[in-house]
Design a protein around this ligand. Sequence first.
Ligand SMILES: [Zn+2]
Length: 419
Amino acid sequence: MLFNRARHFLLAGLAASPFFLASCRAELSDSDLAAKARAIHDRVLTVDTHCDTASRLPGGTWDIGVRHEPGRRESGKIDLPRMAEGGLDAQFFAVFVGQGERAEQGYTRAKEWALKTLEAIQGMVDKYPNLVGLALTPDDAVRLESNGRRAAFIGMENGYPVGKTLSNIEEFYKLGVRYITLCHSRDNDICDSSTDRQGPEDRGLSDFGREVVAECNRLGIMVDISHASDRSFFDVLKATKAPIIASHSSCRALSDNARNLSDEMIRALARNGGVIQICFLSNYVRAPQPNPGREKALQELEAKYGARRDIQDEAVRKKAMEEYEAVNARYPQEKATLPELVDHIDHVIKLVGIDYVGIGTDFDGGGGVQGCDDVSEMFRVTEELVRRGYSEKEIAKIWGGNVMRVFRRVIAVSSELGR
Ligand SMILES: [Zn+2]
């Protein structure tokens, strides 16, 4: 008590000094900070631009409307009750299709799988109308949030299901798709990937890819360059009439990985008015510690199966995932931490300002860091931002304001183009 009083008088004296403002942030106790962060978190619109949870929906055996205990593999990282718990208002659910053969049969299968996933997302919305609604515009998300419901946006991860048929894009748009990640971990007919082990040659965006970008601009679909190669990225910037997004990528300056954006790319993205949505995948947040046993086991696994998520045969993919989990159990890897993740947000802000950064977790696609490992812990990001002195206005931009600004501009460009 005496201590608190003495502290009170000390603070009253300090309030008149210029040092007070600088020191008052440090005066917030942990519980005051948590309460302040929670209040801000509840007021701002929180948007995550990437998760792979929708891949769990087709088949109907896993129920997104039921709370699953965090930390268990079978629980996944996102369900609707945990979204509410973590205060996440809007989620872009990715319609993910792994890259397969670039021929008619492959395109047909890819489109079938995409339609199946789209149907499953619609099924979720139909089954749980009190918990979630489909969002097609930023205004939809705001309206759903004010009703206390979650907003489900749809993105498509990999343009592979478009095949070589441009009209597929409008078909997907009509089913709710509002961004398209042009490629995944391998090159496709649209552009080259940042991680294609087929060869070092980077051909960038193809002629067909330019048509895809133009069609997205025309329809009001955000073009997503996460996974694209550096050359593809710069080609897209030249081709697009609207701002673009990186729905789940981090900063190469902090973790040297081809999936992350270099400072030069982040500057170019800011000039375009776009946004980088920081990804929670541990290796993108910090370069992994050397772990020779693990690296050897993973190399062997890759030699055997190639990229696991691109395996087209479901039984083979399941087996590869099981073997991957066994490697994880045998050679565990310490994950990056939440403060290290927020360092990426700081980095973008120092580089280009507050208007070009957001959050794209990649939950259920490999994302998760110590301190924020599933959607129920999302408010911890806000806690860390408050701890670092960000204002509510700045936090609102990071959490969704920036990407919704891009989305609104993309819609405006679409109507300017006379759609
Ligand atoms: Zn991805």
